[in-house]
Design a protein around this ligand. Sequence first.
Ligand code: PLP
Ligand code: SF4
Length: 339
Amino acid sequence: MARAIVRNSMSSNTPEATNWHDELSRAIRDPRTLVERLGLDRSLLGAARESAELFGVMVPESFLARMRHGDPNDPLLKQVLPIADEQQPATGTTDAVGDLDARRAPGLIHKYDGRALLIATGSCAVHCRYCFRRHYPYGDEPRRLDEWDDAISELAADSSIDEVILSGGDPLMLTDTRLDQLFERLESIPHLARLRIHTRLPVVLPSRVTETLCLRLREGRLTPIVVVHANHPSEVVDDCADALERLVASGLTVLNQAVLLAGINDDADTLAELCTRLANLGVVPYYLHQLDRVEGTVHFEVPESRGRQLVGELESRLPGYAVPRYVREVPGATGKVRL
Ligand SMILES: *Cc1c(COP(=O)(O)O)cnc(C)c1O
Ligand code: SF4
């Protein structure tokens, strides 16, 4: 009965669906609007336009609303404003984490025991300048439902896999109808037990966290785990904090992963505040990632020695469950490597 009700409200035309689709269509997509809306110096524009050629600008209104007006050093702005450093000659690669070697079928990456990752879509609601997937060949991955057939067959044929991770891009960019279709196909594979969703939308487009979505996740056959992505305490306020509360109140396990980013969160006070805010909302700080070195992102890198020192400080200040594991991805490793 509950499932039937959920199914009927899955149409993309419900008011709650209209809200997030509208907000997404109104997201800022050019450097000039971003600079003007925040009252920033227009001298930032030249470099921003050049670097936006490499990876476009995308910033939802909700995320913009949490930035300080007139401050070029705002930690949220720095995550999304293209700058000249992105054009530095390459010391990084385009596939730092070995994803392309672990591609088992279109859209399916299987690197670690028991867990396989589906690239559910290439699109995101925000373009993070440090993103390690900025060079991923998303154009080669499935778009239509039938293009998932190979990935689903691979999953069904490998009973060692009990967890599927929906990743991307951002899987919650899919409409409820498309998500439901994908969930159903996964639910029909008997050896799957858990469904994990790696998403930044609750942070950058909190209106995506609808009652319909929470209900569908809770009522499905697979145990849901939602892993969100916030890097700075100023992200975890207002409508984002409300969205995280909705997820937690729905009975979902909610974890956070952050990336250690130079000039944004590479100090102990900022990280401690981030972890405390998350813990207060019932969200567990799961991973603090060492930046994956890909072209155009190297200026965000923090030395590992500094990262270790910071996590050491968190350990002395916070409850154990509020300290994220400091990890990096190493091609060929059997899991994330602890630092
Ligand atoms: C990070 C990652 C996972 C998940 O690793 P956990 O340690 O379980 O969070 C799974 N598959 C791939 C390809 C990954 O990059
Ligand atoms: S939301 Fe995630 S996948 Fe998308 S650009 Fe940001 S870091 Fe990359």
